[in-house]
Unconditional design. Structure first.
Length: 307
């Protein structure tokens, strides 16, 4: 099982500025399946940039109806279903993302929900998906129907808080987590409504006691300092090994000892595609043609030939 962060920025201003990318994260080879969680702006581009293929997805998970979490969900669903030509995969989200709730959502159209199995998740609701159980966790955030996720595979649990303010029972929803991934928008004591700051995160870690904690979804104030130094401070004060995720951070999950991991830094594998070099562009067109045929994506190719 591998976890890769395609973006570690969060909040509207961080997303607008792209000081950090906002592509969410992938969990690959979870019981042989691949999932993209909270694909915000740029998720599709970052997928290719870091050497992945969105067509090999088996599910798209979206926690709530804010654009920094759902923006690229529909195009990833199109990739997963081969351009909406195949019935395939799962689309899991909260009520506002999938059905709409008051002024929130829906973030994914009925059309894009129509070719995959749909799961509308609420706090403490558990769904069995491809041999794993996925539990909704409660959040206190701007989207009142927002959820986080706890994924349980053969007793190994990965929890994701999504965006939430700290509340008294938050730890109960993430109880037993081996790896806790949390959206920590601001450093120190600088909390704002609906979001965790470092102080809140330390308190949560002392209660949940995961084997490994990863902080992500950084706002501009967190990025104005060094998130790595903040993670070191949180490790010291909480007693839980805590990492500050970065764009392109990837690691294989060690289910026997989650705190013992080897981090990889992924580079832009497609940098040559963006070159203005004519020879590179010719080779890319040839490779695109072959890849399209391989994946049965020949409708545009046929149109282009006939035109």
């Amino acid at each position: 099982m591998k976890i890769t962060f395609l973006g570690t920025g969060g909040g509207r201003f961080s997303a607008i500025s792209q000081r950090r990318m906002t592509g969410g994260f992938r969990i690959d080879n979870l019981n042989g399946k691949n999932y993209h969680v909270d694909p915000g702006p740029g998720a599709l581009v970052r997928t290719y940039q870091f050497g992945f293929d969105p067509r090999n997805l088996d599910g798209v998970f979206v926690s709530h109806a804010h654009t920094d979490h759902y923006n690229d969900a529909e195009i990833l669903i199109e990739a997963m279903t081969r351009g909406m030509t195949k019935e395939y995969g799962v689309v899991l989200g909260n009520k506002s993302v999938l059905d709409g709730y008051e002024r929130w959502g829906p973030g994914i159209s009925n059309y894009h929900q129509s070719h995959s199995k749909k799961y509308v998740l609420e706090p403490n609701q558990v769904e069995n998906i491809n041999g794993c159980s996925v539990k909704g966790t409660k959040t206190v955030h701007g989207d009142p129907e927002g959820v986080g996720f706890q994924i349980d595979y053969k007793g190994f649990k990965i929890s994701y808080t999504s965006d939430t303010g700290y509340f008294e029972d938050l730890h109960k929803y993430h109880e037993g987590a081996d790896i806790l991934i949390a959206s920590v928008l601001r450093p120190g004591n600088k909390s704002i409504r609906g979001h965790l700051c470092s102080r809140n995160f330390i308190e949560l870690l002392k209660e949940v006691k995961p084997k490994l904690a990863i902080m992500t979804h950084f706002g501009l104030k967190m990025l104005s300092i060094d998130p790595i130094d903040e993670a070191k401070r949180i490790t010291k004060e909480s007693g839980v090994k805590t990492l500050a995720a970065f764009d392109g951070m990837s690691f294989e999950v060690n289910t026997q000892n989650p705190a013992r991991i080897r981090i990889k830094t992924l580079k832009d594998v497609n940098s040559q595609i963006h070159s203005s070099n004519i020879d590179l562009n010719r080779r890319e067109r040839k490779n695109t043609y072959q890849a399209s045929l391989k994946n049965g994506e020949n409708d545009e190719l046929t149109i282009g030939r006939n035109g």
